[in-house]
Write a protein that binds this ligand. Structure first.
Ligand code: ADP
Ligand code: MG
Length: 498
């Protein structure tokens, strides 16, 4: 008996990169098959080949014993294969119903039958249990609900295989739970899911098999019960992961470098007081919407409406001015690094060196050699996967873009660094490198204020954690008292004393 779905020696090359190198494995019908690997391992490329977005240079995909080679997403749909994309896949200014029926509007004599359109959309939404008004504009939906419409479109058009590329990366906990329920229902109906993610807990809770890719090569395909997270991590990164205990924690703290007094911004946060000393890493925890990003952005001068006082090394900092913030030695690594942190039209070397330009410039000329040395040092440390430092940043995978953006700010010699979600979107190997880098920066006497949604990350890294709730500091927890439960109670506003 032949396998349901089989990848045979799939190879795909992009200019300068061998994205997939002779990849072979099989997928069973009615299972959820995890595809895992570090950023740039080739997961999305493989999914896109199956879904007809790219075509392989060589190799075959066999579906129920027959070779398929979809040359477009539409051709893949006809074969029963659909892909749920992370980025917006629909027309934002059309309604849910219009998007669901794109390419096949019900109608007669050139007129769209609106009633039939709505009815068909409703049926499609119902198959995935989505309670969404078909008249809603796609652009107004949350990512989670937009994704649900994508799944409805896939299921509603008869897809038997659905590729999901990092579906939970921008979902809330509740949306994620809903998605998992839906995936289980789809599986029970006999659908096959290829689930791309690097969130280990998810994979182990949800999937039946796991395939690990590394540098475009197939490393292993195993049943989930036969493996464990530590083994998968080793397969992903090709070495044992060192657990790093931060050494800044054992050092004496220096004087206060960043001082924030009575900082308020209408609608974002109120009356924030905090200090960060030289050699200290202070964490900021809070749920989405608590005002964490708004706070660090305001400290960096991005919020014109802010009031209060900020000082750096005892010198008052004029509010609302990035120029003054930069001159005072402040740096911000923003959360949305793609949009705020990088110039995608520049190459990796230029992007990395961008923020450090003042340091690399002499008499108005950029010292290219120094720039190159700096860029390659950080690119190596963060294990950026790029054919060369001269490659365009836009061609890199998301996680690698994140790393370049981070490298850019780490390369600039800031005294006070504000870092929003230091490891969002980066893989486990690079995470460890980033933690070590932050530790080194603290040991050098820099002051770091780190916003993160991952509590284990803050617990591992910080000396103190401030918890923000509804724009106010709800509490401060020192290292001796760190626990996820304590922090979560403060984040959610549950009375910890009770
Ligand atoms: P993953 O999804 O595992 O993070 P990708 O499949 O996106 O990895 O990328 C694999 C490799 O192929 C990376 O080195 C990436 O930079 C490269 N790559 C992916 N898509 C393109 C493209 N359209 N053009 C050039 N290079 C690409
Ligand atoms: Mg990807």
């Amino acid at each position: 008996m032949s396998a349901y779905l089989e990848f045979r020696k799939i190879t795909k090359r992009f200019p300068g990169v061998l994205a997939l190198d002779d990849v072979s494995f099989t997928v069973e019908r009615g299972t959820c098959h995890a595809l895992i690997g570090e950023n740039g391992a080739g997961k999305s490329t493989l999914g896109k080949i199956l879904a007809g977005v790219y075509t392989a240079d060589s190799g075959q995909i066999m579906l129920e014993g027959r070779a398929i080679a979809p040359t477009s997403p539409l051709a893949a749909r006809a074969l029963g294969v659909a892909m749920v994309h992370q980025e917006l896949a629909f027309c934002p200014n059309l309604s849910v119903a219009e998007n669901l029926c794109l390419g096949d509007f019900p109608g007669r004599a050139g007129f769209v039958d609106r009633t039939a359109l709505r009815a068909r959309a409703r049926t499609m939404l119902a198959t995935v249990g989505a309670d969404i008004d078909p008249d809603t504009l796609i652009g107004t939906l949350s990512t989670g609900r937009e994704q649900l419409v994508q799944i409805a479109a896939a299921v509603g058009t008869g897809a038997q295989i659905i590729v999901m590329d990092e579906p939970t990366s921008s979902l809330s906990a509740a949306e994620t739970a809903d998605l998992f329920r839906l995936i289980r229902t789809l599986k029970a109906r006999g659908l096959t899911l290829i689930y791309v993610s690097h969130r280990m807990e998810e994979l182990f809770a949800l999937c039946d098999h796991i395939t690990v890719l590394r540098d475009g090569r197939h490393i292993a395909t195993e049943p989930i019960p036969a493996t464990q997270p530590a083994r998968v991590v080793t397969q992903m990164i090709g070495r044992e992961l060192r657990v790093h205990t931060p050494s800044h924690l054992t050092r004496d703290l220096g004087p206060v470098r960043l001082k924030v007094k009575n900082l308020s911004s209408p609608g974002s946060f109120q009356d924030i007081n905090l200090t960060v000393r030289a050699g200290e890493i202070v964490g900021v925890a809070g749920i989405v919407g608590a005002g964490r990003s708004e706070l660090v952005q305001a400290i960096f001068g991005l919020d014109p409406a802010v009031s209060g006082h900020i000082s750096i090394d005892d010198h008052p900092l004029p509010l609302g001015s990035i120029a003054h913030a930069l001159a005072a030695g402040l740096g911000l690594v923003p959360e949305d690094r793609k949009r705020q942190g990088l110039i995608l039209g520049l190459n990796c070397r230029e992007n990395t060196a961008l923020a450090a330009l003042p340091l690399l410039t002499r008499l108005g000329f950029v010292r290219r050699n120094a720039e190159r040395a700096l860029a390659s040092r950080y690119a190596q440390r963060l294990r950026v996967k790029t054919p060369s430092l001269e490659a365009l940043t836009a061609g890199l995978s998301g996680g690698n873009q994140q790393k370049i953006a981070l490298a850019k700010w780490l390369a600039r010699d800031c005294d006070v660094l504000l870092i929003d979600e230091p490891t969002r979107g980066v893989d486990v190997g690079a995470k460890a490198e980033i933690y070590q880098l932050l530790d080194e920066l603290a040991c050098e006497g820099k002051a770091l204020l780190v916003v993160s949604s991952e509590l284990p990350e803050l617990i591992g890294l910080c000396r103190r954690i401030l918890v923000l709730r509804a724009g106010r500091i709800a509490g401060e927890v020192s290292r001796a008292a760190f626990s996820e439960a304590t922090l979560m109670q403060l984040m959610a506003g549950v009375n910890a004393a009770a």
